[in-house]
Write a protein that binds this ligand. Structure first.
Ligand code: ADP
Ligand code: ASP
Ligand code: MG
Length: 440
């Protein structure tokens, strides 16, 4: 069994959906195709939810109408046969009727999750309508029947494995399965999701659940590049990454992968391939246990970081101080990304401010607290980089003009992270591209 996940741009145009069908039907092995929503849809649904939460029904309604018009145009090119057109139109009608009902009732957090799920429900149903029109045998696996998270929002791999296993067993005569990425059910049984970009995570969880031979992530670029292509002009694809390297890059901001999408594949040793739908012949990136080579592979940037410094002379020669500090973050379920210490101060970073006020209040008894918001973590990632000749010289030599707030080195042999003010992000990524990769 193999898993093939296609992202928003890969399904965003009717001709791209046609093209995907040609890719998935080439397969000899039984395949589970995981689809995202059409590009732009989830953003539109988020916007509709924002309007509704503010009570602005008029703007929400306008957004819904615009989105519906887009889907009508889409299916005109997607399917041609009369019955297929009627089916596609009825799918659109069903989902937009739901959106129009949401407009009229009181909005809630749970309803907002239902709203966000519409994109993947629509894309998979429309894709299956096209498969049907082409006479391609397949089965639509409803993600809401097997993808589950617990009360800490963590996917329950063993439950997913059981539920999905049963569904597949029931339909073992099929070779091609289609399912929704991103969406799931939470511990209350409500519709929920794996956070933005979560279809990669779905694919990896599904691959782990069925012990797939490979998990292919098909997107709009030929693999993981050495730097963020949205910011730096000249970037190059990285042919091979270890799970550790890929996980560091995903976690520290390489948008091509959802931050948590590597661990399920890593745990079950399932190779992950990053491939380009628009250029299926390109090598892309292979992610396995092997790193392939030693040295710096890529840099990534993670935005919206808050740095917290706790300064206290009581830290001097004291033990148990860090434990007490960590307990505060644990209490508010806020992960710490970077940490550095001196004898009289500790600096650490978090990536969201949901409980910032409470955290600061509880940290105050430990010393004076300083906050630096709008920070960015720049991570330089590569197998055994700390052992690479000249690495530190090249790294710091290329960014001498940029003030660095924190450095984390040695936590993992594959990563060096720097914290800089967000205003330096573009500059530092460009300078590192030149200084570490020789690319302008
Ligand atoms: P999809 O919709 O297929 O999930 P995403 O937009 O989530 O695609 O991810 C692909 C995008 O990630 C690329 O178009 C690229 O702009 C961006 N990206 C950011 N950093 C990197 C990187 N290091 N390598 C490749 N792509 C990256
Ligand atoms: N459609 C969802 C999003 O845009 C999930 C995904 O594309 O991975 O975030
Ligand atoms: Mg994505």
């Amino acid at each position: 069994m193999k898993v093939m996940k296609f992202g928003g741009t890969s399904v965003g145009k009717p001709e791209r959906m046609h093209h995907i069908v040609s890719l998935v039907t080439k397969e000899e092995e039984p395949t589970i195709v995981v689809l995202s929503a059409l590009s732009g849809t989830t953003n539109a649904l988020v916007e509709i939810g924002d309007y509704l939460s503010k009570g602005n029904r008029t703007s929400a309604k306008q957004c819904i109408e615009k989105l519906e018009a887009h889907y009508h145009t889409f299916v005109k090119e997607l399917v041609k046969k009369k019955e297929s057109v009627a089916k596609a139109e009825s799918i659109i009608a069903e989902h937009f009727e739901f959106l129009n009902i949401i407009l009229k009732i009181s909005f809630s957090e749970a309803l907002s999750k239902d709203l966000l799920a519409q994109g993947e429900l629509l894309s998979t149903k429309l894709f299956c309508t096209y498969l049907e029109e082409q006479g391609i045998d397949h089965f639509l696996l409803p993600a809401l029947e097997f993808m589950v998270i617990d009360s800490y929002d963590e996917p329950q791999v063993s439950v997913i494995k059981n539920k999905l296993g049963l569904l597949l067993k029931k339909h073992k005569n099929k070779k091609l399965f289609v399912t929704q990425g991103y969406i799931c059910r939470n511990s209350r049984g409500e519709v929920d999701n794996l956070k933005r970009g979560g279809s990669d995570y779905s694919a990896s969880l599904i691959a782990a659940a069925v012990t797939a031979t490979v998990c292919e992530i098909w997107t709009d670029i030929d693999g993981m590049h050495n730097n963020d292509p949205r910011i730096v002009k000249k970037t190059i694809p990285v042919e091979q990454l270890s799970f550790e390297e890929a996980a560091e890059l995903a976690y520290f901001g390489a948008k091509i992968l959802h931050p948590a999408s590597i661990w399920p594949a890593q745990q079950f040793k399932i190779p992950v391939k990053l491939l380009n739908t628009m250029q299926p012949g390109a090598k892309g990136t292979l992610i396995t246990e092997q790193a392939g080579s030693v040295g710096v592979k890529a840099v990534a940037a993670k935005d919206n970081i808050i740095a917290i410094r706790i300064k206290s002379s009581r830290m001097l020669l004291a033990y148990g101080f860090l434990r007490k500090i960590f307990e505060v973050f644990e209490k508010y379920r806020t992960p710490i990304d970077m940490i550095t210490t001196s004898e009289v101060a500790v600096s650490l970073t978090i990536d969201h401010s949901v409980h910032l006020k409470e955290i600061v209040k509880e940290l105050e008894p430990f010393g004076s607290i300083e906050l630096d918001e709008k920070q960015t973590i720049i991570s330089v990632v590569g197998n055994e980089i700390s052992k690479t000749d000249d690495m530190v010289k090249k790294l710091f030599g290329s960014i001498m003009n940029i003030p660095v707030r924190m450095v984390s080195y040695g936590g993992s042999p594959h990563n060096i992270s720097l914290l800089v003010s967000a205003e330096y992000k573009i500059k530092i990524l460009k300078q590192l591209n030149k200084g570490m990769f020789g690319l302008e």
